[in-house]
Design a protein around this ligand. Structure first.
Ligand code: ATP
Ligand code: MG
Length: 393
């Protein structure tokens, strides 16, 4: 019965002269999301409203699911749009709408009419009263409740008339593309896809870097990261995934640095390389899935040492979350099942039995000097040989 959706978006941060940037980005993201489903939609912006109107048959549930992935949307309202052919016709259409939308009429309701166009011959109060009366005549089981109605029937008189009563919550946030670009360090774990999702939710476009160490990490492990990027792209839009061959750097660290400091030193090089790749494409921040105290490499002292190599800000959206809280989000966004597939992480083989939990930056730096002769070339090679994969949802 529905051919269109009225899209509601938050007002915060949307006021003033930047409003159109927000709206245009939202329209673009809605188009992107709806392109993936069967059916053709026209997405349009009219007087502070965004509509997605179907031009062909479509699957309602599929369309709602797609819209639920678009950041910036706070409400998805399936709407019936009619032309103005006088009040009697409006009343008939409203009765028809209620009859179709609610097979069981045993509910309380309230009509909320609004006129965006003041030349309509009745004012809002009159429309509320009159429509309410006609609905009660048509369906005597319905009851009016002006304070806590179960069904709030919205009737908006514009150039067309919008009739709707259902508002499905959207994901909130800001449309992707309204807040610059960041480089996500994406591993095959649970945390980093969630971190990427959370930053994208604030409107940031995401690029990603994965450190691959063949033959120590398999093609399956790499495919898992591509699959995760694909899942995050459902929300974040297409993601350019940089796959860096990290093997030689890891081997050099393994050979020349104390084993209990391997992870920290390795993480420092990951951050440096991700930053270099991010600079090439105008990213202005790095994103990781680190959470304080989760593992030895994420104690405050370890984070201090890892962070020290970066000049870009490093965003860690899950820093204060417990593992279970991160898992809950990953289940909600659909990355969990993929994240827990048992393919070896970058460096399981290189992980020390007893990694330092309180690394000392001075000592770490001293040990890094053992790499002086080789590291510049290795970094250069790793960066230049990066494989770039554009990942679409
Ligand atoms: P995750 O579940 O995100 O893998 P983790 O608990 O395994 O996190 P670490 O392995 O210490 O934690 O990694 C911390 C962060 O460093 C990750 O969240 C990710 O942002 C980044 N990272 C770790 N390994 C890699 C890798 N191989 N490629 C890209 N980024 C990585
Ligand atoms: Mg990991």
């Amino acid at each position: 019965m529905y051919k269109a959706f009225l899209i509601k978006y938050g007002e915060i941060g949307v006021k003033g002269k930047n409003r159109y940037i927000f709206e245009d980005a939202l329209v673009k993201q809605i188009r992107y999301a709806l392109k993936k489903i069967d059916g053709e939609f026209v997405v349009s912006k009219e007087n502070g409203r965004i509509y997605a109107t179907a031009k062909t048959e479509f699957d309602y549930d599929e369309a709602v699911e797609a819209l639920k992935t678009v950041f910036g949307i706070i409400g998805i309202c399936p709407v019936v749009q009619i032309e103005d052919h006088g009040f009697d016709d409006l009343a008939d259409q409203v009765i028809k709408y209620i009859d179709m939308a609610y097979p069981d009429k045993n509910f309380t309701f309230k009509v909320n009419a609004r006129r965006a166009r003041k030349n309509y011959p009745m004012d809002s109060m009159q429309i509320n009263m009159e429509l309410g009366g006609r609905l009660l005549d048509a369906f005597p089981e319905m009851k009016v409740d002006v304070h806590k109605p179960e069904v709030l029937l919205q009737v908006e008189i514009r150039n067309v008339i919008n009739i709707y009563s259902v508002e499905i919550p959207g994901p909130g946030g800001m449309p992707v593309g309204t807040a610059g670009k960041a480089m996500l360090l994406l591993s095959g774990g649970i945390d980093s896809p969630v971190a990427g999702y959370m930053v994208a939710k604030r409107g940031v476009q995401i690029e990603a870097t994965y450190f691959h160490a063949p033959p120590y990490t398999s093609e399956r492990a790499k495919q898992k990261v591509i699959d995760l990027a694909k899942l995050v792209a459902k929300y974040a839009g297409p993601i350019m995934l940089n796959v860096v061959n990290f093997t030689d750097i890891q081997l050099a660290i393994y050979e020349k640095c104390p084993h209990d400091e391997l992870t920290i030193i390795m993480r420092r090089y990951m951050m440096k390389i991700a930053e270099a790749l991010g600079e090439e494409t105008k990213c202005t921040g790095l994103v990781t899935g680190e959470s304080i105290g989760q593992v030895a490499s994420q104690t405050m002292q370890s984070l201090y040492c890892t962070n020290e190599v970066c000049t870009m800000p490093v965003f860690r959206p899950v820093i204060g979350f417990d593992k279970q809280e991160i898992i809950d989000i990953s289940e909600k966004i659909g990355t969990y099942e993929t994240s827990i597939q048992p393919f070896e992480d970058c460096c399981t083989i290189f992980v020390a039995k007893h990694p330092v939990t309180k690394p000392n930056l001075g000592i770490i730096k001293r040990h890094e000097h053992n790499l002086d002769e080789v590291i510049d070339d290795l970094m250069k090679t790793a960066i230049e040989s990066t494989e770039k994969i554009l990942v679409h949802a």
